[in-house]
Design a protein around this ligand. Structure first.
Ligand code: ARG
Length: 583
């Protein structure tokens, strides 16, 4: 509710209660669900129940109080009518007044509309998490997109956010890569396209490992030298890891992602082994070495049945696993930052794993263990049944998908705007392409599978990024036409077409939509809102001529278009989707 109106109303109500010696704190206002008009309602049941002079049952007395209130109140400014129904006092806003308030608020906030200043203890979101020395492929896509948008939304909701990326820079895949490089590509440098080159070499290494006589043995020997910290291998490892990082960086830049903190698996391996020793000492872990691994039987400790199961925290040969490393990683995160929450954007298949290490941390006595959250997501089905085997080299690199999308978007943009200069057209096509790829990943419930297909991703008339971007473009093109022209004073009372009122309502919802999406960690809520908003704008656009309207109405409609443009632009930004000016 608007502050000014609220203060006024409260004044009236306090007086009403005072005159009847009723407690003044029993009245609470809530919004009436929008039904073409806006209103607020106060139930009078609590007040009725607290009234010592009451002779009627509570519901009847509540209705009597509602009527008394209605009769004694002068309709406050900004409201058009008032009614007493079934124990409630309902007040309906004057539509023009309400619209003016909403629109003025948006215009005053501009790019910050819907957003709060970040404050308080930070939230860390760990996402992307690729392995170095491997390709960054479409299988990684949903994670990055979901993670990035979640960060934007959390930030807009008023939380400080630390974007973290946990890279798998050790393990057999890395050793294979290094060994193959040394043997067959020594001295070679990656070209422009580092990710592809790293990925190609990985595929080659993996294939040799599977099929080439003697290669596996060489890799094992190489692994032993690595374990012994052979300086030559360490240097090559570091250098090639940087190539991977630079390659990832290129893709992140393309996607508009950045990270504040990078963690490496290599830096938590030793601390992980130390944690295992500590767990053995404390009696939580059972050490079965040399024949058996080190395990924690969580179900036995907790008295649960097949819920937490048995966690292997170190192999019998003393090598580490994901669980080994996730323990010190979590500790490191909380030690370095006083985190309000630590969110892990990780494939739904790792749900048990995350549940397990969180429980282990809790048993170790870390008070923050329950501040660990798993943002689980399902996989994406791609067109043409793309299989994801790096061994067969059938992975689709992110780069390739984006290039393909850009080519397809280019066809559409060229058709719509043949007169645009080529560089501009290319930039727009890229914005459309990235939007088309991102939107389907965001608009589905996180834990539902996404089936990606080009037709619906690029459908300018369907639930897609281009449809939403296009609404923004339309708003923009109206506003460009009036740039610099004098405008009459707007008369917001004239905004009474149903599509105008609906659009105002949609616009007014952005702040609460952001809060809800942040609270539930569900960018899909905002993605769906964006679509509703675009639909609402298009309905208005098709039914309410702006430039040809008479002056006061035209000015009010222009103000509404400006507000809609901010709202669409801000929403797209939070989804990580660019809003081109033309397309
Ligand atoms: N790199 C891991 C993988 O490829 C994902 C890491 C997830 N994060 C974590 N803290 N366990 O499966």
């Amino acid at each position: 509710m608007f502050e000014q109106e609220k203060a006024l109303l409260e004044g009236y109500l306090n007086k009403f209660c005072e005159e009847r010696s009723l407690p003044a704190d029993k009245l609470e206002w809530r919004s009436i669900p929008f039904s073409g008009e806006w209103g607020i309602a106060a139930p009078l049941f609590p007040l009725a129940a607290a009234d010592s002079t009451r002779t009627l049952p509570v519901p009847q007395h509540a209705q009597a109080l509602a009527e008394a209130l209605r009769d004694s109140l002068d309709l406050p400014v900004g409201f058009s009518r008032m009614e007493a129904v079934r124990g409630y006092l309902n007040l309906y806003y004057d539509s023009g007044h309400y619209s003016r308030k909403v629109i003025e608020n948006v215009l005053a906030s501009g790019s910050q509309y819907g957003c709060r200043e970040p404050e308080g203890r930070p939230v860390m979101v760990e996402y992307s998490n690729p392995n170095t020395h491997k390709p960054l492929h479409v299988g990684h896509l949903r994670n990055v997109i979901l993670g990035g948008s979640t960060c934007n939304i959390l930030e807009a909701s008023g939380q400080r956010v630390i974007r973290a990326n946990y890279l798998g820079d050790i393990g057999l895949h890395v050793i294979k890569w290094l060994c193959n490089y040394e043997k067959y590509h020594a001295g070679e440098q990656p070209g422009e396209d580092k990710t592809r080159w790293m990925g190609d070499l990985f595929t080659e290494a993996d294939r040799r490992f599977a099929f080439e006589e003697g290669f596996e043995a060489e890799v094992r020997a190489y692994f032993a030298r690595w374990d012994a910290r052979d300086p030559h291998i360490l240097a090559l490892w570091k250098e090639s890891r940087d190539w991977s990082l630079e390659g990832f960086q290129q893709v992140y830049a393309l996607l508009g992602e950045h990270f504040d903190r990078i963690y490496f698996e290599s830096e938590v391996e030793e601390p992980g082994k130390a944690a295992v020793e500590q767990l053995i000492k404390s009696g939580l872990a059972e050490d079965g070495r040399p024949d058996l691994p080190v395990v924690i039987n969580l179900d036995e400790i907790l008295g649960t049945r097949e819920e937490y199961r048995v966690v292997i925290i170190l192999r019998s040969d003393g090598t580490s696993l994901y669980a080994t490393k996730d323990i010190p990683l979590a500790v490191m995160k909380f030690n370095e930052y006083d985190l309000e929450k630590s969110i892990y954007v990780v494939d739904v298949r790792q749900t048990l794993h995350i549940k397990q290490f969180r429980k282990i941390l809790e048993l170790m006595g870390y008070p923050w263990a329950d501040r660990i959250h798993h943002l689980a997501y399902e996989i994406v089905n791609l067109p043409g049944n793309v299989t994801m085997s790096s061994r067969e080299g059938t992975v689709v690199l992110l780069d390739d998908l984006i290039r393909e999308a850009t080519r397809r978007a280019m066809d559409v943009v060229r058709e719509k705007n043949p007169e645009l200069e080529p560089a501009r057209m290319q930039a727009i096509a890229e914005a459309v392409a990235l939007g088309a790829i991102k939107y389907p990943m965001l608009s589905r419930e996180n834990t539902k599978m996404v089936t990606f297909d080009w037709e619906s991703a690029l459908d300018f008339n369907g639930q897609s990024a281009p449809y939403i971007q296009y609404a923004h473009v339309r708003a923009n093109s109206i506003l460009r036409k009036v740039e610099g022209q004098p405008e009459s004073a707007p008369d917001f009372d004239k905004l009474n077409h149903v599509s105008e009122v609906d659009l105002v309502e949609l616009i007014s919802r952005l702040p609460e939509e952001v809060q809800r999406a942040a609270k539930e960690l569900k960018p899909n809520l905002l993605a769906n809102y964006a679509y509703e908003l675009a639909k609402g704008f298009n309905a208005f656009y098709n039914q309410c001529p702006v430039l040809g309207a008479e002056p006061e109405l035209r000015a009010a409609r222009l103000a509404l278009v400006r507000a809609a443009r901010w709202c669409l632009g801000n929403t797209l930004r939070l989804l990580g989707i660019r809003a081109p000016e033309v397309m």
